[in-house]
Design a protein around this ligand. Structure first.
Ligand SMILES: Nc1ncnc2c1ncn2[C@@H]1O[C@H](COP(=O)(O)OP(=O)(O)OP(=O)(O)O)[C@@H](O)[C@H]1O
Ligand SMILES: O=C(O)C1=C[C@@H](O)[C@@H](O)[C@H](O)C1
Ligand SMILES: [Mg+2]
Length: 167
């Protein structure tokens, strides 16, 4: 079985928030590869970045995405940078992949200055701008649908995605 839907998008686009609400609406399970990686590593993502570095995190992430796609859990959220891996982009072919798009102003507001996003620890606005510019084409490449999230509440986004799915 494949996941009902896979969510991709930049940090702060709402993959976790929307994914959890969508799974509850559909009555299916929610899975987030970031949480899977933390469980696999036995520590939070910022600690993996500090202790082993980003390259090691990306190795864990490729394995976590492959395992989650194979498990076929209902709603699957991928980490914001998962699409950087060519292997992961190839593995997503044939899946229903929704890109939750977000532009810089809303992304900055949503991620704030909070902890827990190691890539955004320094100069979050400039880093987010770079991430968005670098990744937009990659999200577009893997997505079967794109749903805009700027200025919209999670409930409206959940309803739009639910309406895309076969009944
Ligand atoms: N549509 C929205 N409107 C306003 N706030 C939102 C919306 N979606 C998410 N948020 C808020 O933005 C923050 C980031 O959301 P969330 O953690 O779901 O993003 P994410 O895509 O999972 O990020 P990451 O890639 O870092 O895991 C949270 O505080 C959440 O409540
Ligand atoms: O955008 C990214 O590269 C990341 C996003 C988060 O979901 C985590 O996967 C991690 O913090 C890296
Ligand atoms: Mg998340």
């Amino acid at each position: 079985m494949a996941p009902v839907v896979v969510l991709v998008g930049a940090p702060g686009c709402g993959k976790t928030t929307v994914g959890q609400a969508l799974a509850a609406t559909l009555g299916v399970e929610f899975r987030d590869t970031d949480a899977d990686i933390e469980q696999m590593a036995g520590k939070p993502i910022p600690e993996i970045f500090i202790d082993e570095g980003e390259a090691h995190f990306r190795t864990l992430e490729r394995a976590a995405v492959a395992a989650a796609l194979a498990a076929g859990t209902g709603v699957l959220a991928l980490g914001g940078g998962a699409v950087l891996a060519e292997e992961t982009r190839a593995a997503l072919v044939g899946h229903r992949v929704v890109h939750l798009s977000v532009e810089l102003p809303d992304a900055v507001k949503r991620v704030g200055l909070g902890a827990g996003r190691p890539l955004l620890a320094i100069n979050p606005r400039a880093t987010l701008k770079h991430l968005l510019d670098q990744r937009r084409p990659l999200y577009a490449e893997v997505a079967t649908e794109t749903v805009t999230t700027d200025g919209r509440p999670p409930t409206a986004i959940v309803a739009e995605i639910a309406a895309l799915l076969p009944r």
